[in-house]
Design a protein. Structure first.
Lengths: 326, 294
């Protein structure tokens, strides 16, 4: 039954979706390029961009490797605080502060990952959650972080590149400044996934024992993926700090880890476009509902439960499934 | 001076045991639910919080601490029954992550519902008259209420132990944890057993919330931290092991309060250091069985 419908429908895959699947980086970049004109305002678009990147990084671990981490706020936070402290307190330029944020959050991911990948399944979610809480307390107590008040003055007023000065305070310029980072990340993630290493990641999701039996070093693959994931989330954190000109301690909160899980599931885990769709939906829902009620979390939680029960593949995953696109 | 230090240390040890008692109650419920249903209840902290608020609400109508003490776990357990029956049950057989995600979303909703009903601000809860004051515990005066919390935890654990080890329903629970398929083949309606276990676990969480209310007040976010501690305790003790939950809960409670006394900055982080050490040496936890997670 299933094989028959599959083969019949295979030929009917709409050309548009086929094209999106084949040129996934280009399609995503094009979509993000026009995004500011599709959203109510530019700041929502920038939010979608940054949280889309956060979810893209998270999707490497959750969607492609099949390990549910509940501690990714740690990397978003480490990235945001590293870039924030360097920019606000040491007056270091953005093109040094952002790479530093990526490196430091990757190092954080190495430490947390080395501990967490010793566990599997459910344990992994609990251990990453606990360790990210540990990061929360550590950064909270650090004098440079500003504790409860967070970090202020993370200002990048203008960007000088190849003799060109761009005013980043202008929301649309700011959006395209971030867009460049996200575009490069998208390309990198696509290359990682298409590489033999990327196939090893997905093989672990499908059958860890068999992957090991095939001679792959499962532990190393897991750790490297975790570090890569942490690095992309760190970049998202640094961009978020610059976007808001501040870093709040809530960045490191348990709910920020949960947020990215929700975004990923809502959009479609393990799909390339899913995290962006998820971020778009989540932040639009939040934007619309928070105008109307202060209890938007109730609706977000309700929608999330609904998706877990009835559409576990998420919006994009369900669309792909209905169209029989792999 | 030395004697004085020793006395402070002893009192801090007692405080740690009282703190650990709450952790143990949380971890036991979490572990019980996981051991039977292979569901990690991310809403466990929310049930803890709901227990505290149910107790607060009930006390307005029935101003008797003891009646509430019995009624709160029953009412929280009833909420647990509804959740298991209508939300968790459709997800059995769909992989281990989905119930976890569902309960996570549920925790979100429960916290927000409490915020709508009771407001965002925390509320103070007074200690019942009969349990105010302090008693001498060899090393010095210790708050009676905290001693009472330790007592309640011991009684609850004893009842739970007797229920699981000495009753025929407990036998079914133990059998179901080992092999639900065989139990079903033998003609037991296992889903009914799961319902009861979920209710017991969430009921105990509600009781823990009610008990800790006079010590820390109540707030919609009060469950988050406790949930994370309960996770740490189950990881340290070993998932699905009641002995592990008890030993690790007490250990972490004691270490946390001793660290608060000797080196306050490390107090919050101490439990994570213990967890990291245990993970390095015994990834399955102190009393966990290898292979349970795979």
């Amino acid at each position: 039954m299933t094989t028959r419908t599959m083969t019949l429908d295979k030929t009917k895959t709409p050309a548009l979706f086929e094209a999106i699947r084949r040129h996934r980086v280009l399609a995503t970049i094009l979509f993000l390029f026009v995004l500011p004109w599709l959203t109510p305002n530019y700041s929502v678009a920038a939010h979608i961009l940054i949280f889309g990147l956060y979810a893209l990084g998270f999707n490497l671990i959750f969607g492609y490797m099949g390990m549910l981490s509940f501690g990714h706020s740690a990397f978003l936070g480490i990235g945001a605080y590293t870039a924030g402290i360097l920019i606000a307190q040491h007056a270091i330029t953005w093109w040094l502060a952002i790479p530093a944020a990526i490196v430091v959050s990757a190092a954080g991911a190495l430490v947390i990952g080395a501990l967490a990948i010793r566990t599997r399944g459910i344990y992994f979610a609990m251990v990453t959650l606990a360790l990210s809480q540990c990061v929360y307390f550590l950064i909270y107590q650090m004098p440079a972080s500003g504790g409860e008040n967070g970090l202020r003055g993370v200002n990048v007023p203008e960007v000088n590149l190849f003799g060109l000065t761009i005013d980043v305070l202008d929301p649309i310029n700011k959006y395209y400044f971030f867009f460049c980072f996200v575009a490069i990340s998208l390309w990198l993630i696509s290359r990682i996934l298409a590489s033999p290493f990327g196939h090893a990641i997905q093989a672990i999701r499908e059958n860890e024992t068999r992957t090991r039996a095939c001679g792959f070093n499962v532990e190393n693959t897991k750790l490297i993926t975790f570090v890569l994931s942490g690095a992309f989330c760190g970049l998202a954190g640094a961009l978020n700090g610059i976007n808001l000109s501040s870093v709040a301690i809530e960045t490191l909160h348990y709910e920020t880890s949960g947020l990215v899980v929700m975004i990923c599931l809502l959009g479609g885990m393990g799909t390339f476009f899913g995290p962006i769709v998820g971020a778009l939906l989540f932040l639009l829902i939040q934007d619309v509902f928070s105008l109307w009620t202060e209890h938007w979390q109730l609706y977000v939680g309700g929608i999330f439960i609904f998706f877990v029960l009835f559409f576990p593949k998420g919006v994009w995953g369900t669309i792909l499934e209905k169209l029989h696109v792999d | 001076m030395d004697g004085f230090m020793l006395q402070l240390l002893g009192l801090q040890l007692f405080t740690g045991v009282a703190l650990g008692a709450i952790y143990v109650l949380m971890a036991v419920g979490l572990s019980l639910i996981f051991g039977m249903l292979t569901v990690v209840n991310f809403a466990h902290g929310a049930f803890f919080m709901v227990g505290a608020y149910v107790g607060y609400l009930l006390y307005q109508y029935v101003p008797n601490f003891w009646i509430c003490l019995v009624a709160v776990p029953v009412l929280t357990g009833l909420i647990g029954i509804v959740v298991e029956r209508y939300l968790v049950r459709p997800l059995y057989g769909r992989g281990i992550d989905y119930p976890l995600l569902l309960t996570f979303g549920l925790g979100y909703v429960m916290v927000e519902v409490i915020r709508i009903i009771f407001g965002k601000q925390g509320l103070p809860v007074s200690t019942p008259d009969a349990l105010q004051g302090a008693v001498d515990v060899f090393v010095g005066p210790f708050p009676l209420y905290r001693l009472f919390v330790i007592g309640v935890a011991v009684v609850v654990l004893l009842i739970l132990w007797l229920f699981i080890e000495r009753t025929s329903f407990g036998l079914i629970i133990r059998a179901g944890a080992r092999d639900p398929m065989i139990v079903r083949v033998l003609g037991v309606d296992i889903s009914r057993v799961w319902l009861v276990v979920f209710a017991i676990g969430t009921g105990i969480a509600g009781l823990a919330g009610y008990l800790s209310a006079p010590m820390q007040g109540i707030a919609p976010e009060m469950g988050t931290n406790v949930l994370i501690v309960a996770f740490v305790v189950t990881v340290v003790g070993g998932m699905g092991s009641l002995t592990g939950a008890i030993v690790a809960g007490l250990l972490i409670g004691i270490v946390e309060s001793l660290a608060a006394f000797m080196y306050p900055e490390a107090s919050k982080v101490s439990m994570f250091i213990i967890m990291a050490l245990v993970l390095l040496v015994r990834p399955m936890g102190l009393f966990g069985r290898a292979g349970l997670m795979s």
